[in-house]
Design a protein. Structure first.
Length: 101
């Protein structure tokens, strides 16, 4: 059984037991989170929602709050002696899918 959920403007295909990194959620470690299900498949039977499937939710547990790897943003203008260097670390929330019900 799998489901397609939406969070942070992105869609993820998940199964029970999956651990994935999603956009930062304002939850503490150990708290439960419910995601809306856009599509679900159980033993070959596919149910597609408009836009979400009724009475189906995906329950996940927050495992970790963290920051991604650092990326460097470097901008410059040719022949103008204009340079700027900036670093960025995107925050994320790591969640473990407990059940799809």
């Amino acid at each position: 059984m799998f489901a397609v959920i939406q969070t942070g403007g992105k869609q993820y295909k998940v199964q029970v037991g999956d651990v994935l990194e999603v956009e930062k959620l304002e939850k503490q470690v150990g708290e439960k989170v419910e995601f809306d299900v856009l599509l679900t498949s159980n033993e070959g039977k596919v149910v597609c929602g408009t836009p979400v499937v009724d009475k189906v939710v995906c329950v996940a547990e927050v495992v970790e709050q963290g920051k991604g790897k650092k990326i460097v943003v470097y901008k410059y203008k040719a022949k103008k002696n204009v340079r700027s260097k900036q670093g960025h670390r995107q925050p994320y929330t790591k969640v473990k899918i407990l059940e799809i019900k």
